[in-house]
Design a binder for this molecule. Structure first.
Ligand SMILES: C[S@@+](CC[C@H](N)C(=O)[O-])C[C@H]1O[C@@H](n2cnc3c(N)ncnc32)[C@H](O)[C@@H]1O
Length: 250
């Protein structure tokens, strides 16, 4: 079944991270924006006609277009584990008629390979207008997002979440949470596939047929992400969220 996002609060998140509440008059690209939940945020100040959403899930683009016909909706048929398993690998970004003041990507590179992230960030930077900013989120596995309310780190949260989501579907995900957390403890980055297969500092995974693809989560420590993007500013989560933000300004 196609993935349609029910997550909200993305506009509030990025406006806090970028230090700007008033986005009127700005061209915005919501990369991996799915059905455009940024526009549904009650704090949103984006002009609908200046909003572009690009996603690899065709149904999300059709849904967004029906709700916000003045905005620009582009299906990008690039491969992504689970989200678009039949898409083309390494497909270039489509031509876009404008440059952007803000390019945001909420929880997109948390679900792609590291090499996809490196390729796409480079291509997206080229779409920034002078003075523009690219902001994308990532998950630091060692960070504890809600101390006092939930004391374990983001990796343990994800593992427990995967067990819960499978249980909701009537399945039992038989994983050793403390054991996996211990294995990943010193890794600077890693991939967790289907909530159970851990690949430390490599994206060479075994083959998963499309019907076997459930989830693909990539984690980076903040220090490691800084080493990948030395020009970027890395900021911790805001808005009671768990994702860090990487901001690259032009
Ligand atoms: C976890 S969802 C987040 C959706 C949306 N940003 C939100 O916050 O509601 C990840 C999204 O990234 C999209 N995606 C994955 N790879 C992509 C790529 N290479 N280009 C564009 N979108 C991509 C997925 O289709 C999915 O909609």
């Amino acid at each position: 079944m196609a993935f349609l996002s029910s997550k909200t609060g993305q506009f509030t998140y990025f406006s806090l991270q970028l230090g700007e509440r008033d986005w009127r008059g700005k061209n915005v690209l919501d990369f991996g924006g799915n059905i455009g939940n940024m526009l549904r945020d009650r704090n949103c100040t984006i002009d609908p006609e200046r909003y572009w959403c690009l996603d690899v899930v065709a149904e999300s683009i059709a849904t967004g277009q029906a709700a916000f016909p003045k905005s620009h909706w582009i299906f990008y048929d690039r491969y992504c584990f689970f989200f678009n398993p039949d898409g083309a690998r390494d497909l270039e970004l489509p031509p876009l008629e404008v440059l952007f003041d803000y390019i945001v990507a909420y929880s997109v590179f948390t679900n792609t390979s590291r090499s996809d992230m490196l390729d796409l960030v480079k291509q997206l930077e080229a779409k920034l207008a002078p003075g523009g900013a690219l902001a994308f989120t990532f998950i630091d596995p060692r960070h504890s997002s809600w101390p006092g309310r939930y004391n374990a780190n983001n990796l343990v949260w994800r593992l427990e979440r995967e067990i819960f989501l499978e249980k909701e579907k009537g399945n039992k995900l038989d994983i050793d949470v403390p054991g996996l957390a211990e294995q990943a403890r010193d890794a600077e980055w890693f991939v967790l596939v289907n909530g159970e297969d851990l690949y430390l500092e490599t994206e060479q995974t075994k083959h998963y047929a499309p019907e076997q693809q459930r989830t693909y989560h990539t984690f980076y420590t903040a220090e490691y992400l800084r080493s990948l993007f030395p020009r970027a500013t890395i900021v911790p989560p805001v808005n009671d969220e768990m994702q860090h933000c990487c901001i690259i300004r032009k």
